[in-house]
Design a protein around this ligand. Sequence first.
Ligand code: ADP
Length: 405
Amino acid sequence: MASNEKNVLVVNCGSSSVKFAIVNPVDGKVSVSGIAEALNLEDARISWAFDGQDKTEQSLGAGADHAKAIDFVVETILAGHKELLDSLVAVGHRIVSGGDLYSQPTLVDDSVEAGIEKCIPFAPLHNPAHLQGIRAGRKVFPNIPHVCVFDTAFHQTMPEHAFRFAIPEKYYTENRIRRYGAHGTSHYYVAGEACRELGGDPDNFNVITCHLGNGASISAVKNGKCIDTSMGLTPLDGLMMGTRSGSIDPSVIFFLCDNLGLTAQEVCKILNKESGLLGISCKTSDFRGITEGKLAGDEKCTLAFDMFCYRLAKFIGSYFVPLGHVDAIVFTGGIGENSFRMRERVLELLAEPFGIRIDREKNEKALVYKGGRGLISTPESSCKVTVIPTNEELIIARLAGEFAK
Ligand code: ADP
């Protein structure tokens, strides 16, 4: 490592996990990355790898929490790597919900911690974990800037007619119930990359970004600004996902409560953890498993695959309305980057109504995006379609790195 190299520690705290990586914000090089899992449980553990080499795994001790995991990263994993510790110029914290309080990456201070706390109702599992990560991080790195990068921030440019729900006004004004969106860092990154790679004019470039992983969302991005997105108050809305239902008739909830006697909490669990690809296939939430099942003739997996593609195509189609014209559609996330079968089906559904034409051979080969290799549409297509691997760590490192002195 060059002695003047500057790196950012990227921290992503989930409800029972901490993902961490030391990333060079200029070239994206990852010096070390890892994950602490099963936090607060009997088998709390941590694994890590330097420079993408072999993984080391170790127990953190029963009941270890987020703070213990962060201490371990600094005191044990980085103990013999003073040059890496000295290279850190900032810590970037991924934050799931900043509600409508934050529309930019924000330097952490006590008032920002209070703001994240205020947004706990919108991300009850994640925001408390983020706060633990921030507090532990500020203790071990008191002298470098800590920067929050909010998943919701990119969506704060949505116009009111896109972010309001058609419910009585007081629930918006008094309780801040509205569409906030999620995966904003990923949508922001791939929208920018698409414009750059396709040689677009940043002030006149309309793109539909599809982030398709275990969670899935889609955004309409006009000249670099989000004008609509599919996730709502929480990440349950919108597309069909691994275990989440996506949009459904809200009456399904009343039906389950009133006629089957389920509690609101039970319905919440069903819609978040037992629905989506898992609920339809009765087998798996994993898109690879769904695809294998479909290829083997499993009818339920075939239905799950068909529903996923149909609903995604309908969403993409609907985003032609806010955008007017569409320069590009981008696929990203584990499913978006890897499933050429899903992309083929979705684009077939969009061919007749929107004049989108897919290059089948390029689509099958588009696994890595390099110098335009991710383009999967033909020259005749009404808009370009590309595959761009997302890189949330890199963008968090870049945004946090800008705060370094
Ligand atoms: P997360 O939202 O947890 O970050 P990822 O972006 O890693 O998720 O995406 C995970 C999803 O990507 C899983 O459903 C997985 O099956 C799917 N996936 C990964 N590789 C492939 C592949 N080659 N073909 C189809 N689906 C894939």
